[in-house]
Design a protein around this ligand. Sequence first.
Ligand code: PLP
Length: 392
Amino acid sequence: MSPLQQRPIYLDAHATTPVDERVLAAMLPYFTEYFGNPASINHHYGWEGEAAVTQARETLAAAINASPEEIIFTSGATEANNLALKGVAEAYFSQGRHLVTLATEHNAILDPMDYLESLGFEVTRLPVMSDGLVDIEELAAALREDTILVSVMAANNEIGVLQPLAEIGQLCRDRGIRFHTDAAQAIGKIPLDVQAQCIDVMSLTAHKVYGPKGIGALYVRRRNPRVRLAAQLHGGGHERGMRSGTLYPPQIVGFAKAVELGLAEMEEESARLRELRSQLWKRLSVLEGIYLNGHPTQRLPGNLNVSFEGVDGQALLLGLQPVMAVSSGSACTSVKIEPSHVLAALGREESLAYASVRFGIGRFNTLEEIERVAEHVISTVEALRKVGAIAR
Ligand SMILES: *Cc1c(COP(=O)(O)O)cnc(C)c1O
């Protein structure tokens, strides 16, 4: 066996995904042949780059029912989130200082929110219900005269839970409040429609949907109503002045191709991932004391997040590592291991939050892999429980 074949099974599709070969093929000519700077308006090479970017922008806009000029390319969803939150806060602070978000958001939302709070903004971080969904009535009650922005993620990166975007969007629209959603996990996997869902600002990224890392976008509504945004990166005035910096055609072309494929194959792929997930859950269910984290059906097709009673989280992860690449429900900060803020928000007790595993099933996983994973999880958990019982 080659060393490559001995690598563990990749089951961490929420962290990142491999670039699809079809995406890579679309990107390759833009590294060496069509290398022009899209901002070089005086010659043929620049026009080639510009044409590629224009087409990608059209593809991405169509994928979310937006217009091309509403797409602002960024380095990924982290930058898009920062631009959205800081950009809106700065543009509207004379109208109000209140921002609303969820306790279960990605750190790329929570950290900019903390930063804005340090500048004098007021942030409401809403709790979620035990299934991970926001309580719409609680959200409605949190909105105030001086609320300028609501930011609620489309799909959670740990538990896969899909928030009711259309309901939240309508609520915000009725009150004249801007609605931002972090759709990093959602684009190309579930349908998104900025008109039907009343989304005003939306963050996207390519690398969770089989596109390259280092490229994403921010959708910024231009009409009905127009959303203003203060630039956070100043320079050549690219992207309608909202995000300066030379555009990167290979990444942009790859991003659009990845989303196009995601959309074209969404139905079929979702069904396949759902089946693999249900096979995994069915097999794991021979174990007692296991708990599904997050809503049973209102979640990303490839996501399964499970807590295992009576095992140590670190020991479990170590036991699983030789066979599979998965993420745990705890995050190592610089000083200590902390249980995931998402699982804590569901009300999971600490020991269960530590002993949880996020299985992120993706496009290239097979049923054979899922069977092997299930077998190994079961034997590892049983072994750890036996050792624990002896120790007691
Ligand atoms: C991955 C992820 C991000 C960060 O995206 P990058 O493109 O890696 O910066 C933000 N939000 C969510 C929900 C994510 O899953």
